[in-house]
Design a protein around this ligand. Sequence first.
Ligand SMILES: [Ca+2]
Length: 164
Amino acid sequence: MSELREKYGVIVGTTDNTPKDASTVSGDAGKNRIQTGGEHGESITSYQRLFGGDGSDTFNLRAKDFSAETANTTTKYIADFYGAAGTGPDKWNQTSNDFIQFTGFEKGAHLSGVIRSVEGTVPDSTTDVIYQYHILGAENQVLGTFNVQSINGKTLGQGDYAFY
Ligand SMILES: [Ca+2]
C-alpha cells in the first residue's frame, strides 16, 4: 500500500491500482517526493507507475530499480509530469513544476533524447504526450527505459532532472 508517508516524506511502496498488474506509487495534491522500489527501500525492477498529482513533485528513479535484463523495456512510467522545460509561461508554474532525480547510476550516466513519442491520453488535455527515454551509461549503453507523460506536451529539458 502506497502511503503519503509522514505527510510528504518519501512516498514508496506498491499498490495494485490500474493499469492492471502495474505497481502504482501515488502522491496527492501537495508537493510529494515519489520513489521507485518497494515500501522498505527494496529493489523492484518490474513495472511501476509513478503518479504525482498536483503540486511540485520529485520523482526519484533509482538505479537498483532497473535491471540489465529489461533495460530496453519500459519499466517505469511517470504518469503526470508537469512543467517540462521550454520557454515561456509553461516553463515555470509555481504550483506544478515537477523534477526527476536519478540516483545510484554510474558516473557519466545521462539521459537520451526522446526514443519514441505517443499522443497522450489525458481526456481534458490537448497537449499531453507520452515520451520514452533511455537512461544511458558513460559508454552510451542502455541502463534503463522509462516513459514520461508530459502534461504540457514538452520534452524534458535542463532543470527538469539531474543525476546524483
Ligand atoms: Ca503531488
